[in-house]
Design a protein around this ligand. Structure first.
Ligand code: IMP
Ligand code: MG
Length: 183
């Protein structure tokens, strides 16, 4: 897999660039500024949803200028497939105490909204002072659950995407751009 072309062939399927490195980085800089403005004088806890959010979280935090803390939470919903299993499993709990804290959940992508709904239900029991969600990508046509997303990098078509943290059978997370299945 070489990221030299605008197209990638994976398992005989063609993927094309949807978002370039430059588009992603420019948008993340804006999100970082907006979040820093909104949380001025506060110390939010950013909670990354593993595995997909790790690259976005890292680049986002480099653009956040308020003091903050970091933790991770792990769910599994896709398995190795291209379509959501419709089930969510908790694989790693939070390690920090978020009681009375401002928390910001960091997702790679909101598809059906099931994962975010599940996370919000769990986290609300921890009694945070506030809870917001930032996602790099959202597929508005795929939403099945009523979830409020506070910061959205890009709204994209309801097609399968890979790269920049997002996997296909656990691979291709290390691509610098976001690619979409052509057909
Ligand atoms: P949801 O629970 O249906 O909103 O799905 C959210 C999770 O499914 C994301 O955090 C991703 O890990 C995964 N996911 C959703 N769409 C895609 C995609 O197009 N490519 C890779 N992973 C995806
Ligand atoms: Mg995910």
């Amino acid at each position: 897999m070489l990221e030299t072309d605008k197209k990638l062939i994976i398992n005989g399927e063609e993927f094309e660039i949807l978002l370039t490195e430059e588009q992603i980085h420019n948008r993340i800089a804006e999100l970082g500024r907006q979040i820093s403005d909104d949380y001025a004088g506060k110390t939010p806890v950013f909670i990354g949803v593993l595995n997909g959010a790790f690259i976005f979280m890292s680049d986002l935090l480099k653009n956040v200028t308020v003091d903050c803390e970091v933790d991770f939470f792990k769910l599994s919903s896709y398995g190795d497939a291209k379509i959501s299993s419709g089930k969510v499993k908790l694989l790693k709990e939070l390690n920090c105490d978020v009681n009375e804290r401002e928390i910001i959940i960091v997702e790679d992508i909101v598809d059906s909204g099931l994962s975010i709904k599940y996370i919000e239900n769990i986290f609300s029991e921890y009694n945070p002072a506030s809870m917001r969600v930032v996602t790099l990508l959202r597929k508005p046509q795929s939403l099945k659950y009523d979830v409020k997303i506070d910061y959205i990098g890009f709204d994209i078509p309801g097609k399968f995407v890979i790269g920049y943290g997002l996997d296909y059978e656990q691979k291709y997370r290390n691509l610098k751009s976001v690619y979409v299945l052509s057909k």
